[in-house]
Design a binder for this molecule. Sequence first.
Ligand SMILES: [Zn+2]
Length: 230
Amino acid sequence: MSEDTYETQLDLGPLPMPNDQDAMWAWKLWNALQIPIEKSGAFDAFDREGGTWDMPGVGRFQRTGSEELTLTEIHADMAADSMGVSVWHKRDWIVVLGQLIGWRVVIDRVQKADEDPLTPAPEAPLEHIGKTHVCPCGMIYTLLPAHSSELRVKLNDDGDCLNPHCDIVIPLPWASYMCVVNDSAVIAKQEAQAQMELSHDEEEGDAQAPLPIPINSEGVPVVSLPDEEE
Ligand SMILES: [Zn+2]
């Protein structure tokens, strides 16, 4: 199916278009999934499946290439919810999100479909709604309710921070309920550090730039040592 066909058939229904934050989130999450390795001769031992991602209300996606996700299972109530959002709108939203970050999302190779939604994460009790936790690395986790229009995720059971460069465990209740994740501070910090390293390298580079070694017509370096000059 060509991209053009996708575009004409995609229907987000009442869902808003994915925004930059959604795109950054998808880029990080999907790139964190294990890349599949196919059997190839001597490397049979390393054959492995791509990582999977379960999206609540849709189903299971599997990484099937360096920049490809495939919807392999649908676990969702086929009827639209009270907001008029159906599983198909959410599926198409993921396809659009993929297009934003240059990933192909394959939707016509589903192997299994049923109407039992994947066990949804429990909703945070009202007294926790709106609470924010800032990880020391800069990731911000906010407990928002189910009707939030922002993409929500649940951390894994160990509460691992979603910043791949952070080993800090996120405490309860953020680790147990659906959170909106804001990584703009982490990204800003990484960009600033990269710029600082760059300017540091440039300063050092000026002082330590090696002099080019002269070579003869056969490409052999010509080095004159002091005692050869006699
Ligand atoms: Zn962190």
